[in-house]
Design a binder for this molecule. Sequence first.
Ligand code: SF4
Length: 369
Amino acid sequence: MDRRALPLNSANLRRFRTALLSWYDQHGRDLPWRRDRDPYRVWVSEIMLQQTRVVAVLDHYARFMNRFPTVESLAAARETSVLAIWSGLGYYQRARRMHRAAKVIAREQGGNFPRTAEAWAELAGIGRYTAAAIASIAFGEAVAVVDGNVARVVERLLGLPMGREAVWTKAEALLEPERPGDFNQAMMELGATVCTPRAPQCLLCPVHGFCQSRGAEAARPQSPRKRKQLGYVLARKNSAILFVQRPADASLMAGMWELPAVLPSQVKGDGPWARLRHSITDTDYQVSVFAVSPDELHIFETDGRWLTRRQWERMPLTGLTRKVLRRSQLEPKANVAGPSRLLKKSDKQIPRRLEPPRNGKLKDLLRRD
Ligand code: SF4
């Protein structure tokens, strides 16, 4: 790669690479997908990690690998099964595209994985970053990766704000061609754990001596988070709960199952029976949950399905729906009006009502336009 893109001579570039890799060898986190270079495991982890924090991925990754240990098992699965395991990770198009790509690898390529970034980029759901990450980590191809962490590290190291294409050029120039997969992971690890967005720990940084900015540049302004309200109905009949399916052409979470929705602005009377918070990317949702008995469901004119716990646990539910159910202390034979508790102690900061609504009041409580 073109070393002239860097303000480092050859000796310093070698020292920089050695310092970063030694630090990574010693301090890199022991993550399950780093324990070998199996391309299937690397691929699954890279897709899950797109726009998702490591801590949120760990459990899902373990469950996913347990359920679909090979690309053949993933290719043979129904989409609903894949989405059910993915449930809670969000960005469900990732799972759909990975499922499509698995079918191509298993059925058209004889189970053989692509070996280069260029070939990986031909598959559904694989962009420039993901293709380079898999090819470098699993097959040792000397290609650099640039994600948000790497871009921040490169800009700070060189002390220059730069466009994304320029960052790719610099990252290619920094890359250690003998250990490209480890080098790429080391750059990402440095950005995730030391050279963090708001408070870089420069005194602990293994490449402090090569850095032009040493954390001096101002933190990038954060765009303010949006706030929205959502309302859902939790209706129980014996041991079943009512769910509805999102439209197949919905722009978000198409085809997934959730609790029936109601607009909080349409609600009158005593207020929600429970509340919780939910955050997705740049939006914080305040979620109100209303308990409803089956007799009162005609208010919603819903054509949902009653599902027992055994059934809904295998369904592709939205992450928010799982959150509401997880926080419910559901009892198999509890009566119709809803669970007796909905929130954990950690939600105590939100005012809440734990008693179910009084019989016969719900029509007054909920109004449809
Ligand atoms: S010295 Fe500071 S700013 Fe520079 S790369 Fe290290 S942590 Fe980031």
